[in-house]
Design a protein around this ligand. Structure first.
Ligand SMILES: NC(=O)c1ccc[n+]([C@@H]2O[C@H](COP(=O)([O-])OP(=O)(O)OC[C@H]3O[C@@H](n4cnc5c(N)ncnc54)[C@H](OP(=O)(O)O)[C@@H]3O)[C@@H](O)[C@H]2O)c1
Length: 272
């Protein structure tokens, strides 16, 4: 299963896994964009075992429905790539009344993974791959204002959510030790995808100007694909990768007490 699979890094990840012959479940939020990407991935890979499930991953009810839909069709899951994510210039709230960046980029990974965990364990060996970002290095978890009501700053919100991806991965790996399910996270590089284009003309223009310095989505997907499929990372868990190599993540990301606190508050916010 690959989330955010209709565009950018997620689509290239789904395509590569489909080319390897995997049964791939592409998750998208928009039926039209999802169907177009599904047709393209099927066509380019020649793999008919690629399907599409729809979910708005900023909504907890939609994530729960996605898991129900998945279980109606499949009883095993060997690879979950949590990839869907975005940056928001203005503070927004989800249908659950939560700040959008934290809800989409972190709580989505947290809830979807936890709801699929029994299936992943029953399918072991299995892998969880969380797409984080180098932006996490500047992040801090604002435990006293997780919803960023007092002071919304776009990069602080984004880097906090991406630090949460790393801390969630490490805590998950500790909890999964001995189960045959691994959890790793990664920075894809700076990628010329649709990223940030949801933020109006200025953001679109900036992305166009930056494009010469950006990796193609295909290149940007390489570490996700590697972590999802390479035998070289069999049994490797609890690591942060860049360019297919384990890297040291920020010192904040190794704070185990903070990771446990983040887990507890995430469980509360998602009703787990
Ligand atoms: N691009 C970079 O330079 C970069 C760098 C570091 C990390 N990352 C991370 O890489 C991941 C993928 O980003 P990308 O660069 O491939 O961006 P992208 O081209 O914008 O793709 C993002 C994907 O997430 C989906 N998505 C967004 N909001 C969603 C929602 N509410 N529910 C379901 N799906 C939703 C998008 O669907 P729609 O097409 O419907 O919007 C799209 O399929 C993100 O986690 C991002 O933080 C990117």
């Amino acid at each position: 299963m690959v989330t955010g699979a209709n565009a950018g890094i997620g689509k290239e990840t789904a395509l590569a896994l489909a080319r390897m012959g995997a049964t791939v479940v592409m998750v998208a939020r928009n039926a039209e964009r999802g169907a177009a990407a599904l047709a393209d991935v099927r066509h380019q890979s020649g793999n008919g075992q690629v399907t599409l499930l729809l979910a708005d991953l900023s909504s907890q009810a939609s994530i729960r429905q996605l898991v129900t839909d998945f279980h109606a069709k499949y009883d095993r899951l060997h690879v979950l790539v949590n990839n869907a994510g975005a940056i928001f210039m203005q503070r927004q709230e989800t249908v659950d009344g939560l700040e959008m960046t934290f809800a989409l980029n972190h709580l989505n990974y947290f809830l979807l993974t936890n709801l699929l965990l029994d299936t992943l364990k029953a399918s072991a060996p299995a892998r969880i791959v969380n797409v984080s970002s180098g932006a996490h290095y500047g992040g801090q978890i604002a435990f006293d204002d997780l919803q960023l009501r007092q002071n919304y700053r776009v990069f602080a919100a984004y880097s906090m959510s991406k630090l949460a991806n790393v801390m969630f991965t490490y805590e998950l790996a500790r909890r999964l030790a001995g189960t045959g399910v691994t959890a790793n996270c990664l920075h894809p590089g700076f990628v010329g995808s649709n990223f940030a284009k949801n933020n109006g003309l200025l953001a679109r223009l900036t992305m166009v100007l930056m494009r010469p310095f950006a990796l193609s989505p295909e290149k940007g997907a390489e570490t996700s694909i590697y972590l999802a499929s390479s035998a070289a990372v069999d049994g490797v868990s609890g690591k942060y990768f860049t360019r297919k190599k384990p890297q040291k993540s920020s010192s904040a990301s190794y704070d185990e007490a903070a990771a446990q606190r983040l887990w507890a508050v995430s469980a509360e916010l998602t009703g787990l």
